[in-house]
Design a protein around this ligand. Structure first.
Ligand code: SF4
Length: 61
C-alpha cells in the first residue's frame, strides 16, 4: 500500500519540476514498509507544518 497522501503530496510536483529524483517515491511513498516513517507523514498526523521537509527530515532548498 502506498502512502495515503501519495497523489496530494507536493513531492509529486517537485519530481515533475526536477527538484528531486524518484528516490523518495520508491524509498518512502510507494514503499509498503516505510511510508509511515516519512517525516512529512508524521508531521501531518500531528498537525505540524512541514512545507519544505523531505521524507528523511531534511529540507528541500
Ligand atoms: S513524501 Fe511522505 S507524506 Fe508525501 S507521499 Fe511520500 S510518504 Fe507520503
Amino acid at each position: 500500500m502506498a502512502c495515503i497522501w501519495f497523489e496530494a503530496c507536493p513531492l509529486r510536483d517537485w519530481e515533475r519540476n526536477g527538484k528531486i529524483t524518484d528516490r523518495w517515491r520508491s524509498e518512502y511513498c510507494l514503499s509498503k514498509e516505510n511510508w509511515a516513517n516519512c517525516k512529512r507523514y508524521q508531521l501531518e498526523e500531528k498537525g505540524i507544518p512541514h512545507e519544505n521537509i523531505l521524507p528523511d527530515g531534511g529540507r528541500i532548498e
